[in-house]
Design a protein around this ligand. Structure first.
Ligand code: GLP
Length: 257
């Protein structure tokens, strides 16, 4: 596991975008696993900046997002379909038809979950999976207690997750109680993973992920069993690590084009 602690959230986002860009430059037809959440928005903004500067094309990329809320249609303002459409598709050359998310309004959510898993396999699997981190240690919407071998499925959201994500929903609208998420096993099948966690609210989950027991209490701890994982933290998110100096990496900013 490669762990880098960067000065702040902006530096972590820039570094994440640089690593995504490296992947796409090495393989213009890469299959990217994408994530949503507030942490990812500056990462996508940085990818957009690179695209506008003419140094990054996503035209050959295929993407699969981690998750979607059950019950939300693609045009719902808080749906992850909308987030991706606005943050990346509208502002880069990523082809809309190459962008995949589970359909939240599918008539049979469980059948949609199985079909989504099959679509990932049919695309040849994921080359690089981007991940955020829930304050409760979730990855995707795999809440504590999720089996490490789990596949794409319908899950119940923890109250803590619904509360944390309320900020993305209009006042007066309810946060869904269920989501379709790639499973932890699905995520671990990616050839490489890149997790980004920033801000003090993530510090306990970061410590549990990196220094706690590997097990269902902290879903993200499963990443320690994967051979190719990079974790990007800012100082605030790293604050509860017992030995952060052991992880410190000096980044030469001039190398981040
Ligand atoms: C959300 C998403 C996760 C995301 C996490 C962190 O619930 N389903 O994929 O990584 O929570 O979100 P944020 O970056 O907004 O803190």
């Amino acid at each position: 596991m490669n762990i880098e602690i960067l000065p702040d959230a902006g530096a972590a986002a820039a570094r994440a975008a640089a690593l995504v860009a490296d992947t796409v430059r090495a393989n213009p037809r890469a299959v990217l696993g994408l994530a949503t959440g507030g942490t990812m928005l500056p990462v996508y903004a940085e990818l957009v900046r690179r695209h506008q500067a003419g140094t990054l094309s996503l035209a050959g990329v295929t993407s699969f997002n981690l998750d979607e809320y059950v019950g939300l249609s693609a045009d719902h303002p808080a749906s992850y379909h909308r987030v991706m459409a606005e943050a990346l598709v509208a502002r880069t050359d990523l082809r809309p038809e190459a962008v995949h998310l589970p359909r939240g309004d599918a008539p049979e959510a469980e059948a949609e979950a199985r079909a989504y898993e099959a679509r990932i396999a049919a695309a040849g699997g994921i080359d690089l999976q981007l991940l955020g981190l829930g304050a409760n240690g979730h990855i995707g919407f795999n809440e504590p207690g999720s089996p490490h071998g789990s596949r794409t499925r319908t899950v119940e959201l923890d109250e803590a997750t619904r509360t944390a994500n309320r900020r993305f929903f209009a006042v007066g609208t309810d946060v869904p109680r269920q989501a379709i998420t790639m499973g932890i096993g699905t995520i671990l099948d990616a050839r490489a993973c890149l997790l980004v966690a920033t801000g003090p609210a993530k510090a306990p989950a970061v410590a549990a992920m990196l220094e706690g027991r590997i097990g269902p209490r902290c879903p993200a701890s499963a990443l320690r069993t994967h051979p190719r994982v990079t974790v990007l933290l800012d100082r605030a998110a790293a604050a509860e690590l017992s030995h952060p100096e052991a992880f410190e990496t000096r980044i030469d900013d001039s190398a981040v084009a």
